[in-house]
Design a protein around this ligand. Structure first.
Ligand SMILES: [Zn+2]
Length: 247
């Protein structure tokens, strides 16, 4: 029953994530105006706003103007719901379980916005950091000094990389890894950067090999950073074991 409710809440929260993904990078207010079709501006009724089901029922089109609704919307809702359900299944309604859901959703929003707009809104980084401060008081995972060290390292490594590569990493990436560092401490933040850089470069090479991207095309790093972050938050022990077996 808990899992079913988690799934339902995950869907509903997922449609709020869609609002963030659409409005934050456009500098729009996230609460006002109420949900409307982005094409014809018609205000949507509650029956148009049921996660996933409205999309299916309407055949992926706006009820009022017939404009196609992007499939990203229901997919975000479903992925968020599945993610929440899996996390609560493993951790229950513990501090770690709730924090895991929070991070999973935030990662979805940051990743999608960066992928589409090549930017990471400061408000999301601040939300991530504030969540980390709250989490610190509910968990005995590590001391505050370790978290601050993680924050400093999370700032310093990408900052140095940005200086050396002259702009390979953006300012948004640097702030993001600093906030991640507060959550993961040291060396956790280093592991997360490692995973992000590894998956990011493999993806970059594949995209170039498949001729989907040219060598000079920018590839947003945010999606890979949040992926590395989630991997280390949930699977740190497994990662450490794998990492040391490499050498
Ligand atoms: Zn419309």
């Amino acid at each position: 029953m808990t899992l079913f409710l988690t799934f339902a809440y995950g869907l509903i929260f997922g449609s709020f994530l869609n609002v963030l993904i659409y409005r934050l990078p456009r500098g729009e207010n996230i609460a006002y105006p109420p949900s409307h079709c982005t094409s014809c501006n018609t205000k949507l009724k509650p029956r148009d706003l049921i996660p996933v089901f409205s999309f299916l029922f309407l055949g992926g089109k706006c009820r009022y103007c017939g404009e196609k609704i992007h499939w990203c919307y229901p997919v975000t809702e479903i992925v968020n719901a599945l993610g929440w359900m899996t996390i609560i299944y493993y951790y229950g309604l513990s501090a770690r379980g709730v924090a895991g859901c929070f991070l999973f959703s935030l990662a979805l929003v940051i990743g999608q916005i960066d992928l589409e707009h090549y930017l990471i809104p400061d408000s999301l980084v601040i939300t991530l950091l504030a969540g980390g401060v709250v989490y610190h008081f509910f968990s005995q995972e590590m001391g505050i000094l370790n978290r601050i060290l993680g924050l400093a390292v999370g700032f310093a490594i990408p900052f140095l990389l940005a200086v050396v590569s002259r702009g390979g990493m953006g300012g948004g990436d640097i702030k993001l890894t600093a906030a991640m560092g507060f959550w993961l401490g040291f060396p956790g933040v280093f592991y997360a950067l490692f995973v992000g850089a590894l998956v990011g470069s493999i993806t970059g090479i594949l995209l170039i090999a498949l001729k989907r991207k040219k060598r000079r095309d920018p590839i947003p790093f945010g999606p890979f950073l949040v992926l590395g972050f989630l991997v280390i938050f949930f699977f740190r022990d497994q990662f450490v074991q794998w990492y040391w077996n490499l050498f």
